[in-house]
Structures are given as C-alpha cells and as structure tokens.
Design a protein. Sequence first.
Length: 535
Amino acid sequence: MSHTATQSVTLLPTLGHQVVFQGTADDAGQAFDHYLAKLGGTVESVVRGGDSLTGFMAQARIHVLGVGTAVLSVSSPANTADVDPHSYVANLTILDCVAGDFKAAQALFRRLELLPLTNFELATVRRQFPLTQELARSCGRKALAGYAFLMAIHHVTDFVAMMDALVDMGADPRHITILDKGYPYTQRHRVDAWLRDTLGIHVDLYPDRANVIGDHIARAKAQGLKSIIFDDGGHCWPIVAEHYPASMEDFVGIVEQTMSGIWKLEGVPLPLPVFSVAESQLKSTMESYGVALAGVRSILNRIPHEKLEGRPALVLGYGRIGRQVAHVLRSLRMRVAVYDKETVALVAAHEEGFATSRSLTGLIESHQPLLLVGSAGRNSLRGEHLAAFKKSAYLASVTSRTYEFVLDEFAQVAKSVHDYGRLGHGYLLDGGVELCVVGHGMPVNFYHADSLPNRYIDLIVSSLLLGGVQLAKPDQGGFQPGHNLDLTNKILNASPALDTYYDWYGEPSARRDLLTPGETAPTFQAVPWTFPPLP
C-alpha cells in the first residue's frame, strides 16, 4: 500500500465577494471606474471589452497594500435568463490573501457594496413615485430654498424620491445632514453611497448623533440658515433640546413620521411647530395595512417552508398596525389571538372575533402560538413570560429598533443562545422549547427589506414634504409652537397629492403604468419550451 505524505495546509479565508446591480452599459462602465477609484491600491492592468450582445465587461488587476493582489471584474451574469434584465455582476477576488491581513481583506470586500445607485436604477425608482414628483413640480423650485435640513429617515429606496423632491424644491445638498440609523435595509449601503458620493450630502452614523447634530447646527449657522427637521422616530429634536438648548431658535419646525417619534417629544420643550404626519388621518387610513402586510411578507420570506394555515398566532398590541397584522394573519388561515394592556383594545379585538385575555401569560399558555408578532412598541414580551411557552415559536417585531422584546432577559432565562444568520437568533429553553427571534428583534419590515412597496409609501413621502413646505413659508402656514394636529389634518386632507393619487389608482379611470422594463428589455424570442441544457 502506498502512502501520500501529509502536508500542513493553511486554510484560506473567504477570497471573493460580489454585488449585483442593474444598469446600462454606460452605467456598468461608470461602476467599474468608481471601484477603481474607491478600492485603492496600485492598478497593474486593465482590460475592457463587450459589445451590444454581451454588454459591458472589464477586468482589472490591483495590488492593495496589506491585502494582496485582487482582481476586479464587472460583466453581465453568466446566465442572463436567471436574473432581471440589465443586470451586471461586480466581483472582487483576492488571489493571495494568505499573505495579507484578513480584516483588511474584509474591509476591502465591504467597499464593493458602496456602489452608488446607477442612473438606470434611479430612473426605475423615480417611476415608482408619481405623487412625490408631481408635488415637487406643483410647489416650485423655491418652496424649500434658503433652509438647512436635518434628517433621520429610513435609508430605503424611497429616500431617493424624497431627496429628488427636496432638491427640486430648492434644498441645497450642501446644507443637508442625514443620520444613518443603521438598519440593515436591502439597499442601505448603496443608498448611502448615492447620498454621499453623488449628491455630496453629509451622512453620519446614528451612534454619534449628538456630535453630528452639533456640527450641523454650526454649519447652518455659518451660512445664516435656519433648519427644518424631517424625522422618523424622534431622533433629532430631543438631542437639540438636551445638548444644544441655546440653538433651539435655529430650528423652524419638525416633520415627524412615526408615533414613536411623537412619544419621544413628550416632556421635551417645543418652542417650534410639529407637523405630525404620524398622527394624521391620512396616514392612519393609508399606511397601517401596508406596514402589516409588508411585515408578514418579510416573516414568510424568512421561513418559506413553514406551514401556517390552521396554526396559532398571537399579536401583542392592537393599535393601528397590530389590528392590521391580526387581520392579515387571519387571512392566511391562522388562528389568531390578541393581547393588549388596554381593555378598550381588548374589547375591540374581541368584537372582531379574536381570542383575547387580560393575562398575557395565560394567553400564551392556552394558545401556544407558533408565531408571535409584537406591535405594542416597547417591552411587550419579557423574560418572565417565556416559561409559558410549552411549544417552540417564532417571535417577530414590527416596531422600532429592538425595543419590542426584552432580549437581555430572554438570554438570562435561556439555556443557550444561537446565531441563525439572516433568519435571526434562537433561545433554547428547558423542555426542548426553542424561541426563534426573527431578524434579531428588529422590525421585520425593515430587516433586509424595504419597509413598504414604493407606490404605497409615495403618498406618505409627499405628505412629509408638504409638511416641510408649510413650515418653510414666512408665516409657517399658520402653524404655532407645539402640536398642530387639526391644522395638519386640514392641510393633508386638501393635499394635491390626494388628487394625483386618485388619478393614478382610483379605478376605473385610473392610469395604468406597469413596473416592468418595457421596451428597454431585450426582445423576447417566442419559441416552444425545451428542456434547458445541463450546466
């Protein structure tokens, strides 16, 4: 018997990373040049090619100090039938990472994700926001001129439409500061890159928000500008009031999108008006169902092979969104129970046919949900409740950050905690019970997802902008310091965006513009189906 000599083998770390984007051949060429400029290092060779059939293709060999030799390529995917039209793949491969620093290699791979949205992608997004575009046109190019803007808005693709409209109505990108809240949205890094690299906007991280807001105040004051706040969660004004009280007079108003933001303003001085889209009749009418549907869809995307029909679900919190979540789960043929601390909400849920109880622990014990959805806002499920679970369950939140479940208490009760990657993480309890927290307790409609379909959120974006336009008027549209809900409702209920909305979606006279590539896509050759060739 012959023996092969055993050799010591050094296992290599991850050597490659890729990003898929959409664009024309020109967009792909610009993406390739962007990467050459941003990846750093010494470019040793570049090869470009492609034609009308294959699209753009290019490859570069780069030596990056501390990492090694890397090969960057941008080309159409190998099998175009399996991807959307106009797709390109950017790929970065490190050839000799064993000689370099693995952490530096990981940082290099992350730069691949910082590709600004392409012109083709931007055009695609803009088609999805007819109401916002029309509002910007009707308000004119001076509606928001002469102000600075401090913003903490979700970094999903609807931010593109909002920024387009701000600029079209006179906002100067140099006088805009954006807080990146860090949620893992589907396109977070690419939206950030577009804001920073294409528009030249100050985009700073949420953990440093106190310093970021101070820097914004100083820049605006140096230009003689007062600021308007666009907020989604009350992240800005409490910081101003606590850290920069002498600068409160440098702000003219707040436009707030969420109830969590309104709650955070309680007890905070308000010497300026608040335009509360969060509490408006328009938002309560339009958004809650969409948020609930998007959240449930996101849960289903995380557990696509689970069976839900006929199985028990529990919704915590029967407010605007919780009520809609309960009805969406019922439409999926689940047996739905509801808990709320407020008796009036329990009565409402009971009258609509849901199982209810004054005791959350008792309801968990009797109902044993397969799926529990938290929509109460904060601390709805604590460690003390976990003993009531006799069967395993999925737990998901549709509210802000990781406030819904007290995860620290979960960890203290559990025998062990396990990381499930993009699915979330799991707590293993006594008796073989497993509680899987989907999306690590973050709102599932934001976790590697967009919060709402763009044509759904279009009306809300236009409402936020209309609020800014009112506050930017010399008389601030009649808004007084503090909350102005009646006037907010009056303004939004008479909004021209509502007429545009009905023109687009109010059947039978509505416009009909499908969100497809249309004639920009390759010509389809209609041929009989044949068995595809093997790889």
